[in-house]
Design a protein. Structure first.
Length: 63
C-alpha cells in the first residue's frame, strides 16, 4: 500500500490518495485535525509517520 498527500492551497483542502494493488481511493479533508485523526484511527499512524507524510506532501498552488 502507498499513501500520498496533496494539499490544495486555494481550497485549504487535503487529498489523501491510498493506492493498494490496482485500486486507488482518494479521501479529502478540510483541516489538519480531521486528516490526522483519520490517519491515526484507520492506519494507526503515529506522529512521526504523519509528519513524514506532511514532509513528502505535494502542494497545488495558484498564481
Amino acid at each position: 500500500m502507498e499513501i500520498k498527500l496533496t494539499y490544495d492551497t486555494a481550497k485549504d483542502k487535503y487529498y489523501l490518495d491510498i493506492h493498494s494493488g490496482k485500486q486507488t481511493e482518494t479521501v479529502s479533508f478540510y483541516g489538519e485535525y480531521a486528516l490526522e485523526e483519520y490517519l491515526r484511527d484507520v492506519f494507526d499512524f503515529d506522529i512521526a509517520q504523519i509528519n513524514n507524510l506532511y514532509f513528502e506532501m505535494r502542494q497545488i498552488e495558484y498564481n
